[in-house]
Design a binder for this molecule. Structure first.
Ligand code: AK7
Length: 330
């Protein structure tokens, strides 16, 4: 049985923690440690790992590239001592600083390292050197859900329900921890063994509730109306995101897609989704009840799981398959 790499627990001290604990000016080894580890200033506030060992690139064999993004690439990697396989996301510090997202990364690390759920990609640990920040992540052998959806065009209702239920449960877990993900979309969902989905990339996640105005720089297609209007928003933004996701599973494109950003914004604010004829009436009913413009009119996640469409597609034969896949993990 493989062990996760060494001590995977990293105590992350955020500036807020520090003040709350009245420890801002504490002396001793921890401070010395922090100074030794603080390099060009992206993470020193949070990177006071009180639990050694701290990984370096020397502890790791880096293999094939799995993907590339704006801030860096992801590789298959192996911890040399234990042979433990994981995904290594390498982020360029200069890019993070240029785009002023250091705080976002810090928040992501804080949030994701505290999540333990089958359908949430684990963040085991992180480290950094002069030029880069390295995230040690759970390996998802199936790659991005986005790729699978692209190659298939759409998913069947059974497969969609199976995937959708896992994502609802992952987000339900986040909400019990007062975390709002805010960026649910197929690009941020990975496929683990046996069709287990893993929600990843908490770069946009926050602790709830919030009325913070932050400039959103991702795809607009999943933005809920209250975020378009720059209103105060709550966990219902993720319910909206799940509705858009389910629509995209069944139809192959998001419901408010448009050639222009302005057009997408307008559709999000004013349009009700249009369904092609192959979508069943139960699925339409569920999506319509989720994609209410007023967040308070949307179903709750509990109600979503109780909806006949979810029941219909995940009970009976499907439930047996589901149980077999998870091996009683649910
Ligand atoms: N097969 C990035 C830029 C800026 C971020 O990227 C935050 C992530 C999980 C990720 C998935 C990595 C496992 C894979 C695979 C693959 Br493909 N993983 N198996 N890919 N978490 S990417 N997080 N964060 C990020 C920022 C910020 F600074 F803006 F916050």
């Amino acid at each position: 049985m493989l062990q996760s790499p060494k001590s995977t627990k990293v105590r992350i001290v955020t500036p807020a923690d520090d003040v709350a604990g009245g420890k801002r000016h504490r002396g001793g080894d921890k401070d010395k440690d922090a100074q030794e580890h603080s390099q060009s200033g992206v993470l020193e506030d949070c990177a006071v790992a009180t639990e050694i060992p701290w990984f370096t690139l020397n502890d790791i064999d880096v293999g094939k590239r799995l993907g590339a993004g704006k801030f860096g690439s992801v590789y298959v990697a192996r911890e040399r001592r234990t042979g433990f396989i994981f995904a290594l996301k390498v982020l360029d510090k200069n890019q993070l600083i240029t785009h002023r997202v250091e705080h976002q990364l810090r928040r992501e690390i804080e949030i994701q390292s505290h999540c333990r759920h089958v359908n949430i990609l684990r963040l085991y640990s992180f480290f950094y050197d002069e030029k880069r920040v390295y995230l040690m992540l759970e390996m998802a052998p199936g790659g991005e859900l986005y790729g699978l959806l692209q190659s298939r065009g759409t998913f069947s209702e059974a497969r969609s329900a199976w995937y959708f239920k896992q994502m609802v449960e992952a987000i339900q877990y986040c909400h019990t921890k007062h975390i709002i993900h805010r960026d649910i979309k197929p690009e941020n969902i990975l496929i683990g063994l046996k069709d287990t989905l893993k929600i990843a990339d908490f770069g946009w996640a926050v602790h709830a509730p919030t009325s913070r105005r932050e400039t959103f720089c991702g795809t607009l297609d999943y933005l809920p109306p209250e975020m378009v209007h720059n209103k105060r928003y709550h966990s219902q933004v993720d319910v909206w995101g799940l509705g858009v996701l389910l629509y995209e599973f069944l139809v192959g494109k998001p419901p408010f897609e448009d050639n222009s950003e302005k057009g997408t914004y307008k559709k999000i604010k004013t349009c009700t989704p249009v369904f092609p004829p192959h979508v069943t009436k139960e699925a339409k009913d569920l999506i319509t009840r989720i994609l209410h413009k007023n967040p308070l009119d949307r179903l709750t996640l509990e109600e979503v799981l109780q909806h006949p469409w979810v029941h219909l597609n995940t009970k009976g034969e499907n439930a047996v398959r589901l149980q077999k896949h998870y091996g009683g993990m649910l």
